[in-house]
Design a protein around this ligand. Sequence first.
Ligand code: IMP
Ligand code: MG
Length: 177
Amino acid sequence: MDRLKVLFNQQQIAKKVAELGAQITRDFEGESVVLIGVLKGSTIFLADLARAIKLDATFDFIAVSSYGNSREQSGEVKLLKDVDHSMQGKNVILVEDILDTGLTLTYLKNLVLAHQPRSLKIAAFLDKVSRRKQPVHADYVGFEIPDEFVVGYGLDFAERYRNLPEICILESEPESK
Ligand code: IMP
Ligand code: MG
């Protein structure tokens, strides 16, 4: 049995996304951007963020292997789906649900940089700063959070809970019953 404790409600999420969208709009005034969503966790954040960005924008998606059914990162990142279009000369914003150890975004940053974009920024809705193993920095961060496992607003545990409108801490019951 999983127990969920709300960390950020819908109103807090919406306010933060609006702020991030406004910031990106200012930073890229008069330019176009390509939002690259990291499947599947970023989809809900990307859908909201994109509508808060008042610029000429296109989407692309990339998929990498993640935790599988466990809560721990395997330490290895595997590319499951590459972007569909060349990123050469584009203003790319990588959109992630959460920045944890940094292994995924370090890998993705290098992959996108190989395309020779005009610029590359990272937008991560959540940032677990204390868990970092790779020195990767997000340019646009929604909330810094403590070392807790969270679900909802796109984030999953074994593919579940992505559709929760809030971001919740997942507290599992002890194994022994
Ligand atoms: P990193 O490579 O360790 O930075 O991990 C990033 C990926 O791990 C994210 O894209 C998420 O899919 C997943 N992840 C990290 N922390 C959590 C969490 O608390 N809940 C759900 N997924 C998480
Ligand atoms: Mg995930």
